[in-house]
Design a protein around this ligand. Structure first.
Ligand code: 6GU
Length: 240
């Protein structure tokens, strides 16, 4: 997969080259190119923003600069354009899976009060444009949201995780939160590992993990349980 990121703070994205995704980039499973938006400015001050029509606080990113950046970067084809904004549709694991099937994603990071809407309206004449939020809180800019989305998508790409079974058990892949995990020692600070996990009874372990996931989801995210499809719960689950 090819990923391009356009931002006024290119170094902000440097952490993507660490650890799992860094190795995926080195192995050629993923390319991440980060572009400085100021390359496309038109004046000596390299201005990227201006005051909003209609008044109000903050600044809006200029359409000409973004237009030139996207024209140049998209000259060779049509990526899926993702614009992080707290006013976007919520990013979910289902969207991460959908993005992982694309061959080219481009992220346009806004700062200030956002990007002139006509940039997105114009781009949408040629490509799919998604305005996406990573949660109900406000960040200073889109860069950290892009890092979040690139991690969520990158780990789903074929070959990136050592063991592909890892994502089948992720929280959300079956619509439930994952339960607790334990490793050695058997007792630590007088706290013991649950007996069932040391029983060797794989049926009982599977049942116990499912119950833990259901209980945790009920306590922490009841709206997820309500959203499960009709057939997601079996007769043993329903006993809870
Ligand atoms: Cl995607 N961007 C910004 N600036 N703030 C956010 C966000 C995105 N998602 C939640 N808050």
């Amino acid at each position: 997969m090819r990923i391009d990121v356009v931002t006024i703070f290119p170094e902000y994205l440097d952490p993507l080259r660490q650890a799992l995704l860094g190795r995926a980039i080195e192995r050629g499973l993923l390319s991440v190119d980060v572009h400085d938006l100021r390359r496309w400015t038109h004046d000596v001050h390299k201005a990227v923003d201006d005051s909003p029509y209609g008044g109000g606080p903050g600044m809006v990113m200029k359409p000409q600069v973004w237009g030139d950046a996207l024209d140049e970067l998209c000259a060779g084809g049509t990526p899926r354009l993702v614009v992080p904004t707290p006013a976007g549709r919520p990013f979910t694991q289902a969207m991460a899976r959908e993005y992982a099937r694309e061959d080219w994603l481009m992220f346009a990071c806004g700062r200030y009060e956002g990007i002139d809407q006509r940039v997105l309206d114009d781009a949408a004449r040629r490509m799919t444009v998604d305005e996406v939020s990573i949660g109900d809180y406000v960040l200073v800019g889109g860069e950290v949201a892009v890092m979040t989305m690139v991690e969520a998508v990158g780990r789903l790409l074929p070959g990136v995780l050592g063991n592909p079974a890892s994502h089948e058990q992720d929280s959300f892949s079956d619509g439930l939160l994952e339960g607790p995990s334990y490793t050695r020692p058997e007792v630590w600070r007088d706290l013991a590992v649950p007996d069932v996990l040391r029983s060797g009874n794989h049926g009982a372990i599977t049942r116990w993990r499912r119950d833990q996931a259901l209980t945790r989801t009920f306590e922490r995210r009841p709206e997820l349980l309500a959203a499960l499809p009709e057939d997601a719960l079996d007769k043993h689950d329903l006993a809870h």
